[in-house]
Design a protein around this ligand. Structure first.
Ligand SMILES: Nc1nc2c(c(=O)[nH]1)N[C@H]1C(S)=C(S)[C@@H](COP(=O)(O)O)O[C@H]1N2
Ligand SMILES: [Mo]
Length: 455
């Protein structure tokens, strides 16, 4: 149960440099145009309760007296010579002004030097793709940068011809590229215990979405002559010291969805994410996405590996354990406004967030700003892809009064994301994994947003 180092102790303040009210006033007074500052200038004058388009129009920036020097005076970069191409060593990095956008350890977990989880900064990301350098990390025994020329991938078990592949041999085969989310089964775990970690990075940041490129596992199994009739399961094994092994049902593999992947967002996988080879198991919890993949064994029954028989199990209300949880059920979260952020003034805001389902596509997302009494349907931004993150947006005019913001997703099977009350009625109160309850963010009168749980 300690697998994800859950620590229900006191929560410290988030380490981000979120702007405080004072910070915002300073920035505003100095006329610097940060991203948050833009929101204030553009929308500060919006009347409470007005329809969103009108509120947006009313919020046109009022020119500062004597004009804004940042638009009137030509800055150095408009007149001088910029830097040459070689200055970034051939691989681009983000602007230095974005240096606080980082994956981080959670203040709700034990801090260790050999850290084993880092959370993606969901509050700072746009669209549906997680930049590879900000993809969350979960290492059971540390990460490795493996020499691809020495890496081997083996298929054995119920096969006619056991095979060992080099990376070159795998990369010659027909490949596909697909967008999928990966979510650790322990995402949102501390919230089961009502531990209010401060930001969406820590409540939901063991979640990422990439375009993965690789060979369908079924292609490789067919090459090895796997017994697809009696071989109902495979065991996937990683090449790191954690002895990461997971049972994957053959039905997921014959559908062609499971990939043996080497590509992530157009380039090779990052070492932290399993370079040079990892398993992609769309819709299934992260632990089955075995990194540093070295072996697939075909068998006729589940393997009862430690990470499915002992870990990643769900304690049920009657004292029973649920093992082999595979599919990550429909879930969503508002990423702005979210915990730790500060609304600068009343007026217009774009509520935005992410929705996903391990069962297929997102069909609909509803958003409430009054703690679940009233709901409005959010816009789903394209593309809406199966077992990938879906971005939603909704216009909102904040009247300056306390508001509780929630999102509720529905997938194309008709499954609706549950409230905490509904989830606990089925799953009890002693769970750690697989929390897909509706998240609540309290916008306080001073504009500060807090993680709260309402039943
Ligand atoms: N070989 C190996 N595979 C692994 C792990 C690991 O520690 N070793 N961690 C698993 C867990 S628990 C998760 S949530 C995902 C995390 O993938 P990421 O680090 O790319 O985000 O990888 C899974 N695959
Ligand atoms: Mo995980």
């Amino acid at each position: 149960m300690k697998d994800e180092s859950i620590n229900s102790g006191r929560v410290q303040k988030a380490p981000e440099n979120f702007l405080t009210q004072d910070g915002i006033r300073t920035v505003f007074a100095e006329g610097k145009k940060g991203r948050r500052d833009f929101i204030r200038n553009a929308f500060a004058a919006a009347a409470a309760g007005a329809a969103a388009p009108m509120a947006m129009a009313q919020g046109n920036p009022v020119p500062t007296e004597g004009g804004d020097p940042n638009i009137l005076n030509l800055p150095e970069h408009a007149t001088g010579l910029g830097q040459g191409v070689a200055s970034n060593n051939g691989y681009g990095v983000p602007s230095k002004f974005e240096s606080n956008i980082q994956r981080r350890q959670s203040p709700g977990l034990t801090q260790t030097t050999q850290a084993s989880v880092s959370f993606a900064p969901l509050q700072s990301l746009f669209g549906i793709v997680t930049p590879s350098g900000l993809h969350f990390e979960r290492h059971h025994q540390g990460w490795w940068d493996i020499d691809p020329s020495k890496h081997r991938f083996m298929i054995n078990g119920m096969v006619k011809k056991p095979m060992v592949f080099t990376m070159d041999e795998i990369m010659r085969l027909p490949s596909v590229s697909r967008f999928h989310f990966i979510e650790c089964g322990a995402n949102t775990a501390v919230d089961w215990g009502n531990v209010a970690v401060p930001t969406v990075q820590y409540t939901h940041g063991m979640l990422s979405c990439s375009e993965f490129t690789g060979v369908p596992l079924i292609t490789l199994l067919e090459l090895a002559g796997a017994d697809l009739k009696n071989g109902k399961f495979v065991l996937a094994e990683g090449g790191d010291g954690s002895a990461m092994t997971r049972t994957i049902p053959m039905s997921l593999i014959t559908s062609g969805e499971v990939l043996v992947a080497y590509g992530q967002n157009g380039e090779m996988l990052r070492p932290e994410n399993g370079y040079p080879l990892r398993l992609i198991v769309p819709g299934v919890q992260g632990v089955s996405w075995v990194k540093y993949l070295r072996r697939i064994e075909v068998g006729d029954k589940p393997y009862a590996a430690k990470d499915e028989a002992v870990h990643y199990i769900d304690l049920q209300p009657g004292g029973l354990h649920r093992q082999y949880t595979n599919i990550q059920e429909c879930k969503s979260v508002v990423t702005t406004p979210s915990g730790g952020q500060v609304l600068l003034d009343k007026g217009f805001y774009n509520i935005t967030g992410l929705a996903w389902s391990g069962k297929g596509k997102i069909k609909r997302v509803d958003v409430s700003t009054d703690g679940g009494r009233n709901w409005r349907q959010a816009r789903l931004e394209t593309p809406v892809l199966s077992k990938a993150l879906t971005r939603f947006n909704l216009d909102w005019v904040w009247d300056g009064k306390p508001a509780i913001i929630q999102s509720r997703a529905q997938d194309d099977t008709g499954f609706v994301q549950p409230t905490y009350q509904q989830l606990r009625a089925v799953r009890g109160t002693r769970s750690i994994y697989h929390n897909n309850a509706i998240q609540s963010w309290l916008v306080q009168e001073n504009g500060e947003v807090k993680n709260v749980q309402i039943s």
